[in-house]
Ligand binder design. Sequence first.
Ligand code: ATP
Ligand code: MG
Length: 777
Amino acid sequence: MEKYLSQLNDAQLEPTIQVDGPMIIIAGAGSGKTRVLTYRIAYLMHKGVDSFSILALTFTNKAAREMKERIAQIVGESEAKNLWMGTFHSVFARILRVEGHHLGFPSNFTIYDTQDSQKLLGSIIKEMNLDKDLYKTKQVYSRISSYKNSLITVKAYFNNPELMEADAMARRPQMGNIYKAYVDRCFKAGAMDFDDLLLRTNELLTRFPTVLAKYQDKFRYILVDEYQDTNHSQYLIVRALADRFQNICVVGDDAQSIYAFRGANINNILNFQRDYDNVKLYRLEQNYRSTKNIVGAANSVIDHNQTKLDKVVWTANEEGPKVKVHRSLTDGDEGRYVASTIWETKMNQQLNNSDFAILYRTNAQSRAMEDALRKRNIPYRIYGGLSFYQRKEIKDVLSYLRLILNPSDEEALKRIINYPGRGIGQTTIDRLVVAANGLGKTIWEILKEIDTVQVNINNGTKNKLRDFVTLIESYQVMNQTATAFELAEHVVKSSGLMREFNKDGTPEGVTRLENVEELLNGVKDFVEGQQELADAKGDLAEFLEDVALATDLDNEKGDDDVVALMTIHLAKGLEFNNVFVVGLEEDLFPSAMSMNTRSELEEERRLFYVALTRAEKQAYLTYALSRYRWGKLVDSDPSRFIEEIDDQFIENITPPEERRINPMLSADIFGDVEPNKIRFKKPVQPKFKKKDKAPEKFVASTPKNLKKVDALGKNDVPNTNLFDGNLAVGNIVSHMRFGKGEVLKIEGKGTDTKAEIKFEVAGVKKLLLRFAKLDVI
Ligand code: ATP
Ligand code: MG
């Protein structure tokens, strides 16, 4: 143990070896918070604390796994196995399996993922005959999610006139009834959604003092990483469990609180000292992750936030290269720049692919990056998008498995009752749902009583339903003895799924088959892994639990040498040698939706701080002057965050000006730009010092014989005569699609010059002249 403790500095050592009492470590990025947590657990065990009585809550399952591995190296594998470690969701799902019966849930309850929840909400909205444009499933889902995370149960909702009024004002007066129907249906289906895992745990701990006492007694030492991003529900669970022994250690960084939009409450970290007696507060100041330039840049940005705790972050690491800022013409160019830089750096510095990460604000930005990486044959992996387990063919297989385990699972049943096709139509399914709702039964119960129950279904169809029940029941019998792998393989082959996937010879079909094969391999791996554990069986129940709570970050295979692509939200806690933060443009990052209030903007800035501090050696900040968004090319300005970085830490590495002034000089640039698709957003004053050397007075085109394009824009060519003549306010112009109009205003310079034009029919438009096809009449 001594050897390991010597790997900590003095400030880190103190909290590591303080065994008892409440403590909080507030410290900046890369200062070793997670390391302290890890070593502290090892130290507790070294001091004789029973490993079964330690609970560590992490942000991802992957983080928990890595921590466990590290601890195993220190204290030995067999002891480390007994630790309770994982995300809030996975730990409390495990507890609910044992204790859920108090709340009326079976131990084999299903965990609905977002897709299942939204599908269920969709059918409820339909059954209630509500306007689906007013009641959008995604919005309804996130509303319900926010109730749950604030512990507003259905009952509490209906006791709260303000909430009801707020929903009514938002033209969703039926919100409460949807909420109620949703909760009832989940309950009947023996299912919990992600938020229920926390909400129901809270309910369990409040309503059943004996259960609370049991777990208080069990978890005598509680540790929480990334505490700044706990929501109210998580906060209450921790407080309840820690209340008796008060051996609680939380670590976090207020500057990295980035989940407020999902209910995380930064006050949990700020108020910690009020919640417990005699709290020890520790601070760590030395960053071990990044170079001086990266630390300096990150500090100078976060300084712009008003709401923050005073914190010092410094590093003894080398100065390193400056943070590089790069501007591209389009998002396609940005992708190519990133890919070629990765390629070159890898060659020059002998690095692996996994030394690089590309971080973005929104998932949609991955496409341009992917295209460019693919062209260069650089292996990459996108984390977080649609998780492997949410792909259609995988969900089909999993739905069979879920139904075997929990036949009440309505979403699983509806998904596969007629897949592969068995001649059971949608009308039949709708009638089954109505019958089930009417009788307060599950669809499965109705199916089992199909001979006697009052339902308008003809005999032929009834036979088919009976066959389906027999099929599922045969799997249930098998499940009593088989491993998850044996069962899954059998299901895929005998249910007709394999035939269905095989039928389709298209490349997509082949991919689907490969995915199913991958799933089976995964089940096999899982079963083998479980069989090594003392208290696990490797059965279906264990497998499904693992799957339901896997985040995409967890599916990573250790041996993969790939460039990581992910949103910044997902990158929290991680580190990479080289980090590209891409799409640094106003309205994208900071996001257009988060600029209305100071607090929203400050959260965006914290997000940027998180992004920058993931880098160890080199950070790149890139932006494009125009990019495709919502299917349109929009013009963008550099993010204010770039400007906020102290100049001494950054270096502008944008290539020669000509390339941007006349795009035609660079033949490949238009590879992914369709000039006739240009639209414009509201004018934004450039906040970044642009250094374009284009002439002050803009010169515009007057080509009379401009080549016409066909409807698809196939023959479209960039306007090469763009800089040929003067365009002035008052000119009457003609535009290929918008028709005739008058120039009201010209603004910007060089390639950024825009004209505001009032078209007779199309109204006022702002056009970027380097792309717009205008004829002066
Ligand atoms: P974040 O805020 O991003 O979660 P953190 O505070 O949790 O960061 P860690 O991830 O624990 O920081 O540590 C950052 C890096 O510094 C890790 O690679 C870690 O191994 C290393 N590190 C931490 N403390 C020391 C130390 N005393 N000596 C050497 N390396 C250290
Ligand atoms: Mg950490």
